[in-house]
Write a protein that binds this ligand. Structure first.
Ligand SMILES: C[S@@+](CC[C@H](N)C(=O)[O-])C[C@H]1O[C@@H](n2cnc3c(N)ncnc32)[C@H](O)[C@@H]1O
Length: 351
């Protein structure tokens, strides 16, 4: 009987899956030209479509920069090119924008997208270069009338599991803005000492559990276990904070994951060092009366920008600067959750 059952039982054909498996195949949003309705629907719901980045505080930036046709500008952080495009439109076909980004993958896509939108090399020069080389580009351009820096990472980078920026999806623990240069976060962790890691977590992200985490991570590596995926790092964070009371555990783990990933990202991309260099070179890159706007996303960045602008003002280099930060409107934050932590500062070079 058993034998008969076995022979009559037909093995179910393996369900190959209604949903595509790879990130590239996963979302209709990744082909915005083909699925315009899906894109609009996702944005209306307050989300960022995969493969896109919604530019933040565009109106506030344009109101401040007061771009005129014929001017020359610099977009330090090209990203998806949303701000670049808005600034190019202000030029009305006359003038030029130079833009930098260190991400070869995304900047190639943006270059193509902007070219297709009618912004070719005659009006836009895109360089795969760190924005701390602003002095070289300013020399070539003859100085800038306006400059924008929208710091940090783009939604495309965060959403792509291959980049390792998000603790919410499994992927290699990379966190580099340019995966072709430098070392990944996994490689950095493999060689770091406990004290250095504790210092990194504290200084880059004010992580209150920096000592506990540094010990847990370096102990794990000493045992010969590599921490080379986002999930492995998240699991260690969860295990380390398991002692917390149940009611605060979930929320604290989420915030500690965010802070730990941010601290590592800042470290592997030398974000404070390059921002410091950029702020030092900013005054000389601006023409007299030139305007600069900077968007930051965490307190370490904002403190650095604020200090540099204040010192420049006191030294008479800037005629004016933002004494208080400008925040996105409540409406913008409701429509784009990623805008919530944004702070804008600005300065005007003395004549
Ligand atoms: C927040 S996104 C910019 C989004 C862009 N403003 C838009 O509207 O689409 C930041 C971008 O800056 C780039 N970036 C970060 N640090 C950089 C640096 N030091 N030099 C050049 N590009 C950098 C990142 O690779 C990322 O593409």
């Amino acid at each position: 009987m058993a034998e008969e059952n076995q022979t009559t039982h037909k093995r179910r054909v393996r369900y190959s899956g209604k949903y595509p498996k790879k990130f590239e195949e996963k979302y209709k949003e990744l082909q915005p030209e083909k699925y315009k309705d899906t894109i609009e629907h996702v944005i209306k719901k307050g989300n960022t479509p995969a493969g896109m980045h919604i530019s933040i505080m565009v109106n506030e930036i344009l109101d401040f920069l007061k771009i005129q046709p014929g001017e020359t500008g610099f977009d330090a952080t090209l990203g998806y090119g949303g701000h670049t495009k808005a600034m190019l439109q202000c030029l009305n076909g006359q003038g030029h924008i130079y833009a930098t980004d260190v991400d070869p993958e995304e900047s190639a896509r943006t270059r193509k997208r902007l070219e297709e939108a009618g912004f070719g090399e005659d009006i836009l020069t895109i360089r795969l270069q760190n924005f701390c080389t602003i002095d070289e580009i300013a020399k070539e351009a003859g100085g800038f009338d306006f400059i924008l820096a929208d710091l940090g990472v783009s939604s495309m980078q965060i959403d792509n599991p291959k980049r390792g920026f998000s603790f919410k999806v499994d992927g290699p623990l990379d966190l580099r803005l340019n995966q072709e240069a430098g070392i990944s976060a996994a490689e950095r962790l493999a060689a770091i000492t406990k004290d250095e890691l504790a210092g990194m977590l504290y200084e880059n992200s004010d992580e209150p559990y920096c000592e506990e985490l540094a010990k847990a991570i370096t102990d794990e590596i000493r045992k010969g276990n590599r921490i080379d995926t986002t999930t492995k790092l998240r699991n260690i964070i969860e295990k380390t904070l398991d002692f917390l009371p149940e009611k605060e555990k979930k929320d604290t783990i989420k915030k500690t994951c965010q802070r730990t990933f941010q601290a590592l990202r800042i470290d592997v991309n030398r974000e404070f060092e390059v921002l410091y260099e950029f702020m030092e070179k900013l005054p000389d890159a601006l023409k007299p009366g030139g305007r600069a706007a900077i968007l930051t996303f965490h307190s370490g960045e904002d403190k650095l920008v604020k200090k540099a602008l204040k010192e420049g003002y006191r030294a008479g280099i800037y005629a004016d600067y933002a004494k208080d930060v400008i925040r996105p409107s409540a409406q913008e934050c409701a429509q784009n959750g990623r805008a919530r932590s944004t702070k804008m500062r600005w300065a005007i070079k003395a004549e």
